[in-house]
Design a protein. Structure first.
Length: 303
């Protein structure tokens, strides 16, 4: 059950072009439609499930088979991954990719800015279940700005007395006309962990990345802006970032897609994840009292 009723949330936070609604699976969503952009974010996971600048086609991929269940992550959009990435080292029984994406976040504020962008600020409550998995004290906020650009920041503050170590990702799914004719540029010369080749470390060559099979790579120590070129939709999408060392590129391809219950068998053909992250060697160690912010900025480039 959501903590606050839709009526209460609308009374407190709605604005022209911004309303709280009961979304898929009865989960609470914020729907945004302004002169600048159309967007959607669920309180479950602080999960952005839609964004496009007004008058353009959707930029984010959402699986038609996504579950909308308070106990499960949503498939597509932008899962917020925290405080560990992938399976937790030494704790295979803990949830994959942490607990932020399956937690109910709380609304701090909703504002409409000068460029008609909508800024939504959510915070991650420290539930008993989450403390059981991760007892170190912290505060986390997710700030999403829906405008001509989609800007997303995960902000973590160490409220404890010892250094806080964590991994994180804004696991962004992009919708493509055709993955096989698409490419990702910006990562030439960057070392990556190839998760589909026994975690071998490799160096990206100078050609744009093309997807020709299952791809699951953690690019390390890079602050590069990436561009996704999708000729089938005659579109290029730029993914810029700050406070992030890792960029993850993921496409499940045929067999893995078939094995995923919440992902269509053919959907791998029209998506790619380019994730703004701090994972593996780039895990964050935060001194007591300090705050770390990681931001992803997505825009559609004019052709
Ligand atoms: C990627 C990981 O970020 O997320 C992959 O690198 C993983 O290894 C993928 O398969 C999807 O994870 P999940 O838990 O959402 O199915």
């Amino acid at each position: 059950m959501p903590k606050h009723s839709i009526e209460d949330l609308n009374r407190q936070f709605s604005k022209p072009g911004v309303k709280f609604e009961s979304g898929n699976g009865g989960l609470t969503q914020i729907s945004i439609s302004t002169r600048a952009a159309v967007g959607e974010i669920y309180l479950h996971g602080a999960h952005v499930t839609g964004w496009n600048p007004a008058g353009t086609a959707p930029v984010l991929f959402m699986s038609g088979d996504s579950l909308f269940d308070a106990a499960k992550p949503i498939r597509g959009g932008v899962p917020v991954i925290f405080p560990w990435f992938g399976p937790r080292a030494g704790h295979a029984e803990h949830p994959m990719h942490g607990f932020a994406r399956t937690s109910e976040w709380e609304v701090q504020s909703v504002e409409v800015g000068a460029q008609n962008q909508v800024d939504v600020v959510l915070s991650l409550p420290r539930t008993t279940a989450a403390q059981g998995l991760f007892p170190q004290p912290f505060e986390a906020r997710f700030i999403a700005s829906f405008g001509q650009t989609l800007s997303m920041t995960l902000e973590v503050r160490n409220t404890g007395e010892k250094p806080l170590q964590f991994e994180e990702a804004l696991h962004t799914y992009f919708t493509l006309g055709d993955v096989k004719s698409s490419s990702v540029s910006g990562l030439a010369g960057v070392t990556y962990i190839d998760k589909v080749d026994q975690f071998a470390r490799k160096v990206q060559d100078s050609a744009p990345i093309r997807i020709t099979g299952e791809t699951d790579r953690v690019y390390l120590a890079t602050d590069a802006t990436c561009v996704i070129d999708d000729p089938a939709q005659d579109r290029r999408i730029e993914v810029g970032k700050s406070g992030s060392g890792s960029t993850v590129v993921w496409n499940p391809w045929i067999a893995k897609a078939k094995g995923m219950a919440d992902f269509g068998d053919e959907e791998w053909q029209r998506m790619i994840c380019v994730e703004t992250a701090n994972a593996a060697d780039d895990a964050v160690t935060l001194a007591p009292g300090k705050t770390h912010a990681m931001t992803a900025r997505v825009r559609v480039l004019k052709s």
